[in-house]
Design a protein around this ligand. Structure first.
Ligand SMILES: C[S@@+](CC[C@H](N)C(=O)[O-])C[C@H]1O[C@@H](n2cnc3c(N)ncnc32)[C@H](O)[C@@H]1O
Length: 267
């Protein structure tokens, strides 16, 4: 049996009781922390709570050669992931591989950034469109820095349909955790190049360390929040569509957005 277990948002205490019980009953425990991470806990703290060794997997161990899967043919194997195990990951591929090997699978869910952002940003969950990820820029073979324009296009498309955009921020083993500041700076550089007015006067919401005792959540114009301090990672960004009156009131009253955004909105 292979049990996928979502560990939740921030530290070792975010796991569900069902998840913890499943780990305690597992013969072997594997984890990947390249899609998300519990920034409030070390691997040692997790192992100490579980009373078990946790075998850390690299991306290639999960996506290219998951040889460890064979252990689940005759053992109880737990596979741990930050957040909810199937949200913005490619782990359904592992489920399919397991099925082809005759291994049963089970999911135990964890709290996810995908739902946490609705509470923290005060934006209504049914108004979110397609999500996007901002990757770190890379240098082309000709030595040119390349900034992906895909997130800008997704925001544009969602705005055309009056939908909010959730923007995940890249985690890279060499370049580190992208911040809200880097993400906004990249989006504004694309804006400058294309001049389509998508980000120029956009109100955005930046969120840091969801699930911790002290998450930072700020709303304001992109060019202002670009220079705000959000502290330690993980960070995430939301680009709202036009705001419902209640959403706008919450952004102003709870998240520090300028009160001028309330002008002209019907209650
Ligand atoms: C690829 S998504 C994986 C989501 C995860 N499976 C889940 O359900 O929460 C990871 C990205 O979400 C954001 N993220 C995840 N946890 C976060 C947290 N606690 N606070 C802020 N952003 C977070 C970061 O931008 C991070 O790079």
């Amino acid at each position: 049996m292979l049990t996928f277990i979502g560990l939740g948002l921030f530290d070792e205490k975010d796991i569900s009781l069902k998840g913890l019980e499943a780990i305690k009953n597992a013969d072997m425990v594997f984890a990947e922390f390249y899609t998300s991470r519990l920034m409030g806990s070390s691997l040692e703290e997790l192992e100490s709570l579980y009373g078990k060794k946790v075998n850390l997997l690299l991306r290639e161990d999960v996506e290219i050669s998951p040889d460890w899967l064979a252990e689940a043919k005759d053992k109880n194997v737990a596979f741990l992931t930050g957040g909810d195990t199937m949200v913005s990951t490619t782990h359904v591929d592992l489920r399919l591989r397991a099925k082809n090997l005759g291994i049963e699978t089970k999911l135990i869910h964890g709290s996810s950034i995908a739902s946490a952002i609705c509470g923290l940003s005060c934006l209504q969950n049914y108004r979110f469109g397609k999500a996007s990820t901002i990757p770190h820029p890379y240098t082309s073979s000709r030595g040119v820095t390349v900034i992906s324009e895909t997130p800008y296009d997704t925001i544009k498309l969602n705005k055309e349909h009056n939908m909010h955009t959730l923007v995940f921020l890249d985690i890279d083993k060499d370049k580190g955790y992208m911040t809200v500041n880097q993400a906004l700076s990249l989006l504004l550089q694309v804006e400058e190049k294309r001049g389509e007015g998508i980000m120029e006067n956009a109100i955005v919401v930046g969120i840091a360390r969801a699930g911790s005792e002290a998450p930072v959540v700020k709303a304001g114009y992109a060019h202002d929040l670009k220079d705000e301090d959000f502290g330690e990672p993980l960070h995430i960004l939301v680009i709202p569509a036009s705001l419902h009156f209640i959403e706008a009131e919450a952004l102003v009253g709870l998240l520090g957005a300028p009160s001028e955004i309330l002008e002209g909105l019907d209650d």
